[in-house]
Design a protein around this ligand. Structure first.
Ligand SMILES: [Zn+2]
Length: 326
């Protein structure tokens, strides 16, 4: 109930309506009231792939629900992109050196799989918000191997951590740590009073079936689905259906067709072409389709958009770093 009644009463007052007796009393907000007061924003903090691109940081998708943050993947170099959201009304304050800030709110990340373009930023995610204020361990949810990645990352940075903990810096004792949950099944991996996050298995190249995931995020106002890296597979559709926003990986079909045969075979075993993505979207009908993790291989942004548009006339965009969808 905390913090939900007051804004509603204010809204009623602004609308010239007197609060009813029931509202004036303290009672849990109804589902309709929660929905009315709730906000969901999706921020593409990083949209890149292993290919070097100075305008695309590594994979990282941020969902913000009433200033609570849900981060998906931790590719290389995305952490600095949080700065671009400073001052936005849907973000927590950027006060430094306190946990009650954006740095403390960077408190959980859901990893799709352990390919390096999705996790090279994990050490940065553990260490940088800690230096700036987070005083609780970072929750890291991901496939088997995630615990080892966190443990060894922290070992690799032992000198830095020790120097901050035991030197003159007034560093807190816990904010650099990782609290890891390893997953292997299609399952709900997080639930709080507003948000449910479900992991679902996706087929991605030669990763074992229990090693690669997409995520479905249900908030009071939106359903967001993140495909992770995956080839086209109809088994994914049940998790995609009903999405207001479907964020799906993509590769340019024409560019793939110019690759050597063995590479084409690999690419279609791991990824989804523009034509295939159009087929998926026609089937699952998202409110907005976001092409993410674009594998260009010589094609341009315009080529990618044109190629999807050849096959799909629904609402879609090609993701760019710092795009925000509501
Ligand atoms: Zn990838």
């Amino acid at each position: 109930m905390k913090g939900t009644l007051k804004p509603l009463l204010m809204a009623l007052a602004l609308a010239g309506l007197a609060p009813t007796a029931a509202l004036a009393e303290s009672r849990p907000a109804t589902a309709a009231e929660v929905k009315e007061q709730s906000q969901t924003h999706v921020v593409m903090l990083g949209t890149g792939t292993p290919t070097l691109h100075h305008k695309r940081a590594g994979q990282a998708i941020l969902v913000v629900v009433d200033k609570q943050m849900y981060l998906f993947d931790a590719g290389p170099g995305f952490v600095r992109n949080f700065e671009a959201l400073s001052g936005r009304d849907f973000m927590p304050p950027y006060t430094q050196f306190v946990n009650e800030s954006v740095y403390g709110a960077i408190d959980k990340v859901f990893i799709t799989h352990l390919d390096s373009d999705h996790v090279l930023g994990l050490p940065e995610l553990l260490l940088r918000p800690w230096v700036l204020g987070r005083d609780q361990p970072m929750k890291v949810i991901g496939p088997k191997g995630t615990a080892q990645l966190v443990e060894h990352s922290l070992k690799a940075f032992k000198e830095d951590i020790d120097h901050r903990l035991y030197g003159t810096q007034p560093a807190n004792a816990n904010g650099y740590k990782g609290e890891v949950t390893e997953i292997s099944e299609t399952q709900i991996v997080h639930q709080d009073d507003k948000v449910t996050v479900k992991a679902f298995r996706v087929p991605h190249g030669s990763w074992d079936a229990d090693m690669s995931f997409g995520y479905r995020v249900e908030t009071p106002t939106r359903t967001i689905v993140i495909s992770g890296d995956t080839r086209k597979d109809e088994a994914n559709y049940e998790h995609f259906r009903g999405a207001d926003i479907l964020i799906h990986e993509v590769m340019h079909e024409g560019a793939i067709s110019r690759m050597p045969q063995d590479w084409q075979k690999y690419m279609y075993h791991a990824h989804t072409s523009t034509r295939q993505l159009a087929e998926i979207a026609k089937e699952v009908k998202p409110g907005l389709l976001v092409m993410n993790h674009p594998l260009f291989f010589g094609a341009t942004d315009e080529d990618m958009v044109a190629d999807l548009a050849k096959h799909y006339d629904g609402n879609f965009v090609l993701a760019q770093d710092l795009d925000i969808y509501e």
